[in-house]
Design a protein around this ligand. Sequence first.
Ligand SMILES: [Zn+2]
Length: 267
Amino acid sequence: MVDVRDRTYEAIVLRARDWREQDRLLTLVSLEKGPETAIARGAKKPGSKLAACAQPFCRATVTLSPAKGGVSFLKEGRQEESYLPPGGDVERFAYLSYFSELLLAGWPENRPEPGLFALARAAFLMIKLDDQLSRTARFFELRFLDQLGLLPDLSCCAACGQSPASADPRRFLLSPQKGQLLCAACAEVADATSGVSSGNSLRNGLPLLSPGALRYMTTLREAPFSKVSRLRLSPALDREIEQALDPYLSYHLDYAGKAKAVLKELL
Ligand SMILES: [Zn+2]
């Protein structure tokens, strides 16, 4: 039955799991609402019209009932595009699971965030269409942190102003606690003056970033979405950037890292 309060829009399905006998429980994100939860009644039944859009990692036009107790019902749904190739792809599935986990860790329910929606759409499409999956992951991590206002200035050391572009071959670290980029020398000075034990020093366990990695991060942070798929990332720089972002993401976002663990095992 049509209800004037029904809402129709485009959404990306980030999660879908079985619910009760015949239903599916979906986590969607949309430009209009941000993340939300919806039940697709009967989507598990053979021949259900909702089955195609009750799959994770697709873009769909959905009609949702007004939410009750935080949950809406999917009244109609049409899958527009799947971000996975036909027959599936384990590696792509793992990357999309990882992106979804991050999105839901940093993006509160029912809060429209046009920038985050555009980023999710672009990153999902890149995973589908191009082969540099890990470069897309670094792009997504950086832009996601940037959108949330968590990524510091990467153009110079926050303490001494040293730039990665200068002739001095200094290395840098991204400090999760300080939320700053520091050169290795300033991180050491900060540790010495605050008198911390080595167990909780700024340098403790943090990988250092080369000027080249930092310049690449700035490019990924600033390039228009359409240019990112043309950028090549060497395995060595990829590893450097990943190792610097990993502790930063875990420190700032409350997420279990389940999908990231699966991804690491896979690769
Ligand atoms: Zn410095």
